[in-house]
Write a protein of this length. Sequence first.
Length: 286
Amino acid sequence: MAPFEKLAVVGAGTMGSQIALQTAYSGLYEIVLIDSSPEQLVKAREQNEKLVWRGVEKGRLTADRAQTALDRIQPATDLEALSGAGMVIEAVFEDLGAKQGVWRQLNLHAPPEAVLASNSSTIAISRLAEQTDRPEQCCNMHFFHPVTVMELCEVVRGPRTADQTVDTAVEFVRSIGRVPVVMNKEIHGFIVNRILFAAAEEALHLLEEGYASAEDIDVAVKKGLNWPMGPFELLDFSGLDIFYGAREDRRKLEGGPGAPTVLKEMVERGELGRKTGRGFHDYARG
């Protein structure tokens, strides 16, 4: 059984739109996708249409199931659409100040019984739950990109998160065909990103000290550790600015040295990876 009947996703970017779509595939929930920008909601619909019809072309979905999934997601620009939601997942961009502002609004508009979750990839839930008067109902639910392909969801318990909140989050994740793991204590970056960040830091050290090129480090990791992508390919895929911002946020919380010079200079030049055509690798050449 579904743990509740209605899901609200706040933020219609890539992650928010795909969380809504993966939920729609389950057929278990009413879904509202909320964004203050009508244009972003149109873009989210177009992106989801491409995903589902590609699935139909490849035989993974029937046309009926694809259309039904799309129709289950109702767009909205007003937080009044949170009415009746048993869970609200915040999926706005990875900026603490922006997220805290959204969470103050969620506290005002979300139903009193709703679970409030953040899809943040690094920001621990206590830093957002403190904007509400219901921290026991708050947790992280970190899905991975692309949500319709990647099975994992990290469910992170804050210091005041209730067991029932964690249980509801875990049950929801399973109900939409994803695999939950539970962090019993919060920490910046959670499980996967802390391990990836450690690998990225060592890769940056090897590159900056001239031990090997980015290309050869990626080849070594892929062929030696059987990773599908090397550390520099992963940084380029995620966005160097995203990694840099998360790294600086962690440094402010935990201390430690500043960012490697090579990373800082690339971000300042706007060489951010795939999205700009150039990062540690050159994507303008394909």
